[in-house]
Design a protein around this ligand. Structure first.
Ligand code: UDP
Length: 463
């Protein structure tokens, strides 16, 4: 186990990790250990781009060190950037429950939910951002990377001369939706002026009309983290025993935040239909992220609707002990015969990548970036309504060899496209371009740079 501390709490000033003050509560594997997985060429590329940005100090800003895909990636990429010699810092911003209610609404609206970002929510947002700004989160870093809408407004207040600010959008954002909602568009435009670039997870999320260079970089997982490393049978068994899950009955699992977009009701319905003809059990496992006030409400709804069903295990996994949480997720994914993730909107499902990396057949949905992660029928499957999905579950449970074959193809696809050393190299390249002038925002407002051969990820690509 590499991390020194399992429980990562931001310090009072929001610092989660700081190379400059020597606060390094977690680490990642040495670079050489990734070489057998991703190959020497990928490692060489990472070292090369890191030397191009040598001496830069970077700050990553987000709103939670617990739960969700953003924190997941930062836990690995930050120590890796530190190892490569960059002066890296990670801070989380703080806010009131009302602020997180407002930012969750903003998140949902950007993902296409109908509704309004009310003047009262705007006030809460502005007030909180101004309070955060007064804490001067950015100090004197050369480059600041801001994740998702929560800290988005900070560039407007904190950006200083010579600094570059990049916005990293992880959500299933839809430019047409924002444009149809002029108030939302205006609100986002008001804060985007401080940015020198934006990074999106997939080509179809790029908000082309924003006047700044845009980069496309898919999210990644760390194959050597506690979440994804190989586990022994004993380790898997210990987790199943802890939660009273019978090892003899095939498991269908969904790991996700308790969130309205994650398709949990689709999973439950499909499972109940499949169970009529096939012995199986369902495990729904998630945690409550600190910046997601909707989680508790959804969890209660699911608990109420499944409490009399002994084949459904709903696990609200504690997030306090991060490494235990990660090992438990890892074990549940490895114990599963099929992994479900039929979201109705999805910026990019890290849980899908995690399931595929474990060689499992994953049932996602034809939305957001999932079609870039899953080739339907080749590296996984799409949700096709509860009835069809139940049939799919039945056939995968009846024919495990077929499931393994699909899962193995999925794993190889992840190895090629969604692992950490290569995607971190993409980040550094984007930073170099935005900060070192190759793509000055004044002259490259319309530029869209993809570090990835997107044709390989398009629905019709050959992988
Ligand atoms: N996750 C976790 N513990 C939990 C539930 C989820 O570590 O109890 C992780 C999960 O393994 C994945 C991330 O949180 O790495 C969720 O990322 P994803 O992109 O799938 O969804 P998001 O929550 O960011 O919308």
């Amino acid at each position: 186990m590499r991390d020194r501390s399992a429980d990562i709490c931001p310090l009072q000033d929001g610092i989660v990790y700081s190379a400059r003050t020597g606060h390094r509560p977690f680490t990642c594997a040495p670079l050489e250990e990734y070489e057998p997985i991703v190959g020497q060429t990928a490692i060489d590329r990472l070292r090369r781009v890191a030397s191009d940005v040598e001496g830069l100090s970077l700050l990553e800003l987000n709103s939670s060190a617990k739960g969700g895909g953003v924190a997941e990636m930062l836990f690995s990429s930050i120590p890796m950037l530190d190892t490569l010699g960059l002066e890296i810092e990670w801070k989380t911003i703080n806010g009131s429950p009302q602020y997180f209610e407002a930012t969750k609404t903003l998140h949902n609206l950007l993902q296409g939910k109908r509704g309004a970002f009310t003047p009262a929510m705007e006030d809460v947002y502005v007030h909180s951002i101004e309070q955060c700004a007064s804490l001067r989160y950015n100090d004197d870093h050369d480059v600041v990377l801001v994740h998702d809408p929560q800290p988005f407004g900070l560039a407007h207040y904190l950006k200083s001369d010579g600094q570059s600010w990049l916005w990293r959008c992880h959500i299933d954002i839809d430019e047409e939706t924002i444009q149809r909602n002029p108030r939302l568009w205006e609100f986002m435009a008001r804060w985007s002026d401080g940015y020198d670039g934006a990074i999106f997870s997939a080509a179809h999320y790029v908000v082309a009309r924003w006047p700044m260079p845009k980069f496309i970089i898919p999210p990644f997982i760390d194959p050597l983290s506690e979440k994804n490393r190989e586990l022994t049978d004993d380790e898997v068994r210990a987790v199943l025993d802890k939660y009273g899950i019978d090892r003899q009955i095939p498991i269908i699992a969904q790991v996700s935040r308790f969130d309205p977009w994650k398709g949990l009701d689709r999973t439950i319905e499909s499972f109940r239909l499949a169970r009529k003809s096939t012995r199986c059990q369902l495990v729904i496992a998630g945690g409550l992220a600190a910046d997601d006030p909707e989680g508790g409400r959804i969890l209660n709804k699911i608990l109420n609707s499944t409490s009399d069903d002994e084949d459904i295990h709903v696990l609200n996994l504690p997030l306090d002990d991060r490494l235990t949480n990660w090992r438990e997720i890892n074990a549940l994914q490895r114990a599963a015969s099929v992994i479900m993730s039929p979201s109705t909107r999805e910026g990019f499902g890290l849980v899908i990548t995690e399931g595929l990396w474990k060689g499992k057949p994953v049932i996602g949905a034809d939305v957001g970036a999932i079609p870039l992660q899953i080739r339907n029928g080749v590296t996984g499957f799409f949700y096709g309504g509860a009835g069809n999905t139940a049939k799919r579950l039945e056939s995968l449970l009846a024919n495990p060899a077929f499931g393994r074959k699909v899962g193995e193809r999925g794993r190889e696809f992840v190895r090629q496209h969604f692992l950490l050393p290569d995607r971190v190299a993409d980040y550094l390249s984007a930073i170099r371009m935005a900060h070192r002038g190759a793509l000055a925002s004044s002259t490259c407002d319309d530029c869209i740079v993809s570090f990835h051969p997107w044709f390989k990820l398009s629905k019709r690509g050959r992988g």
